[in-house]
Design a protein around this ligand. Structure first.
Ligand SMILES: Cc1cc2nc3c(=O)[nH]c(=O)nc-3n(C[C@H](O)[C@H](O)[C@H](O)COP(=O)(O)OP(=O)(O)OC[C@H]3O[C@@H](n4cnc5c(N)ncnc54)[C@H](O)[C@@H]3O)c2cc1C
Length: 428
C-alpha cells in the first residue's frame, strides 16, 4: 500500500492551501479530488471566452484568507467596485447609502433616519463585537436601532457581506464583524475569476511536490495515526500518517469509520448550511451601464456587474454579471420561482438584457457555507479545532470553522490551523 505523510481530501481552496503548506514544510503530500478538476466551489467555468464564477464571489481584502494566501506567496489580483449602487424597493429606486455623501443624497431615509443610520455606522466601527456574539442580530438590532427602516437596511447590508439572511438565528457579533471587515477593508472581484486563485495554488502545490490525483473519490477513512487507511475504491487504499478532509462535515462523516462517536456527528446533525440561488449571465453589452450594483431592501436579491471592476475576458464588450437570491434556513426554496424573481430583477435593472445574452447559467441551490453561525455555534467555535480529537491524525477543514471570518476566510484559516497542528506534532 502506498504511504504518504499527509493525504488531503478535496482540491478546493482549503485542501489546496493545506497541501501547499505541508509540502512546503517537507512532508510528502497526496491531494485527492473526486472531480475532474481542482477548485470546488471556487472554480470558474469558461464560456464564450469569459471566466464565470459559480455564483458571485468577492474576496475580503483585509481578511485572514488574504494573510494565509500571502504566507503561501499568493497575491490575488482583482478590482473593487466603488462603494454604493442602487437600492430597489417595490416600484422605487434609491441611491444605496454606503458613504457619507450617498447617505446625504439618498431618498431612502428621512433626515431622522439618516441621523440614526450614521450613528449606527459610527457605533459599528467602535463597538466591541465579541461581547454581542451571544445574541442574535435581530435581538441586537431591536435593542440598538429604533427605526424599523434603518434596521431593514442593516439586514440588507449584512446579507450582502455574509450571505446570511437569518437575523433571527445568526450571531450579531459574527455578522457585524463581517460587515465591518467588508465595509472597512473592502472586497475585490478577482481578475479571470476565482479560478485564477486556484491556478496559483495548483502551481505552488506542484512546485512544492504535492501529488495531485483527480477523479478519485475517497469512500472510507479508517484507523488513526501513524497509519490511517484511506479507501479510494473497494480494493485501492492509501496509507497516511495524517489525513485532512476538506470535503465538508456531512461528506467527511460518511467516509469516517465510527464517525458517530466523534465531533463529526455533532456537526452533521447540528450545522445549518447557508444557501442561495445564483443566476450567472454573460451579455454582449450591458443595456443599462449606469447600474453596476443593486440590492433590494425587502427581497433578498443581489445584482452586480463584476466586469465593472475586474477582467473576465479579453473581449472588449462582453460583461459577466451575477444575480443571487439568498435563502433563509427555514425556507423550502422554489427553484422556478427563484429564477423568475432573479430574471425579473434583471428586467428591472437591465431592461432588454435577454436580447444580449451569450450564456445564462442557473444554479438553484448553492451551499455558500456549511454553517450559519448562531450564538450557540459561536460559543462552540472557541472550543473546537480542525483536529478530530477522537481519531488522532484526522483533521477536517472548511468554512464551518468561522472563528476568524466567514466563507473563504474561514476555510483558509482552518486549513492553516490544521497545518500548524500537524507541524507541531511533528516537532517543527
Ligand atoms: C454561490 C457562492 C458564492 C460565494 N461567494 C463568496 C464570497 O463572495 N466570498 C467568500 O469569501 N466566499 C464565498 N463563497 C464561499 C467559498 O466559495 C468557499 O468558502 C470556498 O470555496 C470553500 O473552499 P473549500 O475548499 O473549503 O470547500 P470546497 O470548495 O467545497 O471543496 C471541497 C472539495 O472536496 C471535494 N470532495 C468532496 N468529497 C470528496 C470525496 N469523497 N473524495 C474526494 N474529493 C471530495 C469536492 O469535489 C471539492 O472540490 C461562495 C460560495 C458560493 C457557493
Amino acid at each position: 500500500m502506498e504511504h504518504v505523510d499527509v493525504c488531503v481530501i478535496g482540491g478546493g481552496l482549503s485542501g489546496l492551501a493545506s497541501a501547499v503548506c505541508l509540502a512546503g514544510a517537507g512532508k510528502t503530500v497526496m491531494l485527492v479530488e473526486q472531480s475532474e478538476r481542482l477548485g470546488g466551489r471556487a472554480s470558474s467555468d469558461v464560456y464564450e471566452g469569459c471566466f464565470v464564477n459559480r455564483g458571485p464571489h468577492a474576496l475580503c481584502q483585509k481578511g485572514i484568507g488574504m494573510k494565509v494566501l500571502g504566507q503561501l506567496g499568493i497575491v490575488p489580483k482583482g478590482g473593487t467596485l466603488a462603494l454604493g449602487g442602487t437600492l430597489t424597493e417595490r416600484e422605487h429606486e434609491y441611491e444605496l447609502p454606503m458613504t457619507p455623501l450617498s447617505l446625504l443624497k439618498t431618498n431612502v431615509f428621512t433626515w431622522k433616519q439618516k441621523k440614526e443610520f450614521l450613528s449606527l455606522l459610527f457605533r459599528l466601527t467602535r463597538q466591541d463585537l465579541e461581547s454581542v456574539c451571544q445574541m442574535t442580530l435581530y435581538e441586537w438590532a431591536n435593542l440598538n436601532i429604533a427605526d424599523e427602516r434603518v434596521r431593514q437596511l442593516l439586514y440588507t447590508l449584512v446579507r450582502l457581506s455574509s450571505y446570511c439572511d437569518d437575523p433571527e438565528r445568526a450571531s450579531a457579533g459574527v455578522l457585524l464583524r463581517q460587515l465591518r471587515l467588508s465595509a472597512v477593508g473592502g472586497v475585490a472581484y478577482l481578475h479571470y475569476g476565482w479560478q485564477s486563485l486556484i491556478n496559483d495554488l495548483r502551481e505552488q502545490a506542484l512546485k512544492a511536490g504535492v501529488t495531485i490525483r483527480l477523479r478519485q473519490h475517497v469512500a472510507t477513512i479508517e484507523g488513526e495515526t501513524p497509519a490511517i487507511k484511506v479507501g479510494l475504491t473497494e480494493t485501492r487504499f492509501l496509507s497516511a500518517k495524517y489525513v485532512i478532509s476538506s470535503a465538508g462535515p456531512a461528506a467527511t462523516y460518511r467516509m469516517v469509520k465510527h464517525a458517530e462517536k466523534t465531533v463529526l456527528a455533532r456537526w452533521k446533525y447540528t450545522l445549518i448550511p447557508v444557501k442561495g440561488a445564483a443566476l450567472d449571465v454573460i451579455v454582449k453589452r450591458l443595456p443599462n451601464p449606469d447600474i453596476s450594483f443593486a440590492l433590494d431592501l425587502e427581497q433578498p436579491l443581489y445584482f452586480s456587474n463584476h466586469s465593472a471592476a475586474a477582467v473576465f475576458t479579453n473581449h472588449p464588450d462582453y460583461q459577466v454579471i451575477h444575480t443571487f437570491k439568498y435563502h433563509r434556513a427555514s425556507e423550502i426554496p422554489d427553484s422556478d420561482q427563484d429564477r423568475e424573481l432573479l430574471e425579473a430583477f434583471l428586467d428591472r435593472l437591465q431592461p432588454g438584457w435577454q436580447n444580449e445574452v451569450l450564456k445564462k447559467r442557473y444554479l438553484p441551490a448553492m451551499t455558500v457555507s456549511h454553517s450559519l453561525v448562531t450564538p450557540e455555534r459561536a460559543a462552540m467555535l472557541s472550543k473546537e479545532s480542525p483536529a478530530i480529537k477522537e481519531i488522532p491524525g484526522l483533521y477536517a477543514v472548511g468554512d464551518w470553522f468561522a472563528r476568524e471570518g466567514l466563507l473563504a476566510d474561514a476555510a483558509l484559516a482552518s486549513a492553516y490551523e490544521a497545518v500548524q497542528d500537524i507541524l507541531k506534532m511533528e516537532g517543527k
